[in-house]
Design a protein around this ligand. Structure first.
Ligand code: PLP
Length: 284
């Protein structure tokens, strides 16, 4: 596999980053993951907009403009022959003497990209749905910034796996679901209302979430943008998550309790199909 590191396309075994890189020492960096369908990038503009916001929040200057980043994404997709899969892009503050304060001099940011070939449209998880297990949300309070500081979501995922679940749903101190470890969370109530938490610093502002909320509205679904509790979710008729890599993924049980008929529900499947059709048609 060819990866991109600071201006060069190199075989992954030859890629090098300094041990003093602040991404490595402080998780001082941000990232984006963009889906590839039919060899093209899904909602690249949305990912760039969020990237700019994440960079601004951390006073990190970008090593390249959107056009240059698009060209690198495309080049890597082409060099690795990716038809379906993901492009991971990471920007960190670069290498400097270890100090909590950001370096005062001009330190070039590090820019790293790699691809992952994998089926996204047709997966066994999407056919059967996944189980989730709830865990307390113990992350920091700026979850709206897409930083590479992902250790707690990793721990949460391991806890979920130990319970036989495919992912964790993280829960705030009031008992409301914030989101999954790497996806936004939704339920469909018995009355057929799609519910997902409002945007704030408590969750990542998903690019897929924005599209799915809009598609739900456009196709005449009732939708409420508000927090939902674990208790309410256990009574829901459907549940699902969204992300750039999972698209719209059915959730069929929560903490071992079946949701609806414990199979992908009709709202979820309609949204999945509509999302993929649109993503595919608009990919660049
Ligand atoms: N929430 C978290 C914590 C995430 O890490 C992600 C994606 O990585 C998402 C939500 C979904 O965001 P997107 O739809 O932009 O992939």
């Amino acid at each position: 596999r060819i990866v991109y590191v600071n201006g060069s396309y190199v075989p992954e075994a030859d890629a090098k980053i300094s041990v003093f890189d602040r991404g490595f020492l402080f998780a001082d960096g941000v990232y984006e993951v963009t889906a590839v369908l039919s060899g093209k990038l899904v909602d690249f503009g949305g990912h760039m907009k969020r990237l700019r916001r994440s960079l601004d929040e951390l006073a990190l200057s970008s090593p390249a403009d959107d056009e240059a980043l698009l060209a690198i994404h495309r080049e890597l997709v082409s060099r690795n022959g990716i038809e379906e899969g993901l492009v991971y892009m990471q920007i960190t503050r670069g290498a400097a003497e270890r100090d909590f304060a950001y370096p005062s001099g001009p330190v070039p940011a590090s820019l790293v990209l790699f691809t992952q070939a994998k089926p996204l449209r047709d997966t066994s998880a999407a056919r059967t749905g996944i189980a989730v297990a709830t865990v307390p949300d113990l992350r920091w309070k700026r979850r709206d910034i897409k930083t590479v500081q992902l250790l707690y979501p990793s721990m949460a995922k391991m806890e979920a796996k130990a319970k036989g679940a495919g992912d964790a749903w993280m829960v705030d101190e009031e008992g409301f679901v914030t989101e999954g470890t790497s996806n936004n969370a939704y339920i469909v109530t018995a009355e057929g209302v799609v519910v997902t938490r409002h945007l704030s610093n408590d969750i990542l502002h998903g690019i897929t979430r924005a599209a799915v909320v809009r598609i739900a509205e456009e196709t005449g679904m009732r939708i409420e943008i508000r927090p939902f509790s674990v208790e309410e979710a256990l009574r829901a008729r459907e549940a699902f998550v969204t992300s750039a890599s999972a698209f719209v993924m059915p959730v069929i049980s929560i903490d071992g309790t079946a949701i609806g008929e414990a199979k992908p529900g009709e709202f979820t499947l309609r949204l999945r199909e509509a999302y993929i059709a649109e993503a595919d048609a608009n990919a660049i």
